[in-house]
Design a protein around this ligand. Structure first.
Ligand code: PHE
Length: 339
């Protein structure tokens, strides 16, 4: 029996030493220590050993079991460690590989203009509002003193959805929404997209406007002019020059068109300003009292002014963009140039 135990120890340790994978190691564990294992069989046979030898054989058997167990657990640790290293090697990240670079985004030139202009308006006490892009005929025309069959409707080629619902042709419906919901005095500005059935290199079916409306007691043309002048100074600097031309809008009376120093040639005259040194800045005027009354504001107590030009033209001029369509194509090559 002693020889058997020594045999088991020698072979067992050797076999465990030679094992290459976890599955084979587990099989060896069963072969020696499992229920039907070699060592287990011997321990079970102890009862047949002569009493005077039992002690010696018993302690030898325990020793063999301990040694086999130690060999098994050492091998297990070794194999697991090797597997971990192999996995790490497989998942290795080459930190010296050159990166693809970080692609930086940029704000669209229209967004940049809006951000800058809205900041100026907020500093001057305006509230920025948003009103729907899909409007009813009432808000887009009727409440702005443009009744059905009025020739002014021809100025704006509208995109109708139904007989009474259309894509707003200008941001001026924001004036009506403001007058209906706010209590004077107030100052609002509404930037947004507008839609017209127009399509050439300087007209797009979608373009951008903003609408500014100031309602208070005793406000007139001089307040309008000084506010617009202040805005031009904040946008273009102290040296900006301005000029006024008469205009017509059904919802303002009188209506004016205001030009400011051309920002390309700084007043010297260039092809963009057709040699005049000026480019269109704002259009607007004194709110027609009829409009105030229609929206429930007492025109004897309150007056106001409104203005709202296209944004795209000035963004095109200052960024030297030859075709308005570039602003709406979302072409990454164009947007990259605008950074
Ligand atoms: N809504 C007018 C347009 O689209 C511009 C305007 C705004 C005029 C506000 C007067 C007052 O042409």
């Amino acid at each position: 029996m002693k020889e058997q135990l020594e045999e088991i120890l020698k072979n067992g340790v050797q076999e465990i030493e030679n094992v290459q994978d976890l599955k084979a190691l587990d099989e060896l564990r069963l072969k020696y220590l499992g229920k039907a294992g070699a060592l287990t069989a011997i321990l079970r046979g102890m009862k047949d050993v002569k009493p005077e030898e039992r002690r010696e054989v018993g302690s030898l058997a325990n020793l063999v079991r301990e040694k086999i167990e130690t060999a098994l657990s050492e091998k297990l640790a070794e194999l697991e460690n090797a597997k971990l290293l192999a996995d790490m090697e497989k998942e290795k990240v080459d930190i010296t590989e050159p990166s693809r670079g970080i692609k930086r985004g940029a704000l669209h030139p229209i967004t940049r203009f809006n951000n800058k202009f809205m900041e100026i308006c907020v500093e001057m006490g305006f509230t920025v509002i948003q009103t729907p892009e899909i409007e009813t005929d009432y808000y887009n025309f009727e409440a702005l003193n443009v009744p059905k069959n009025h020739p002014a409707r021809d100025m704006q080629d509208s995109l109708y959805i139904t007989d009474t619902i259309l894509m707003r042709t200008h941001t001026s419906p924001a004036q009506v929404h403001a007058m209906e919901t706010l209590k004077p005095p107030f100052k609002i500005v509404c930037p947004g997209r507008v839609y017209r059935n127009d399509d050439d290199s300087s007209h797009s079916p979608i373009f951008n406007q903003f609408e500014a409306l100031v309602i208070d007691e005793n406000v007139g043309l001089k307040d309008f002019m000084s506010m617009v002048r202040e805005m031009a100074v904040r946008l273009y600097g102290k040296d900006v020059k301005m000029r006024i031309r008469p205009a017509f809008f059904p919802f303002t009376e009188p209506s004016i068109e205001i030009d400011a120093t051309c920002q390309i040639c700084h007043g010297k005259g260039c092809s963009l300003c057709k040699g005049t040194g000026f480019s269109e800045f704002f259009g607007g005027g004194i709110v027609n009292p009829k409009i105030l009354e229609m929206s429930g504001i007492d025109s004897k107590k309150y007056s106001g002014f409104a203005f709202g030009p296209g944004i795209d033209r000035s963004v095109m001029v200052t960024n030297k963009i030859p075709n308005i369509k570039y602003l709406f194509r979302n072409d990454l090559r164009f947007l990259k140039q605008m950074r």
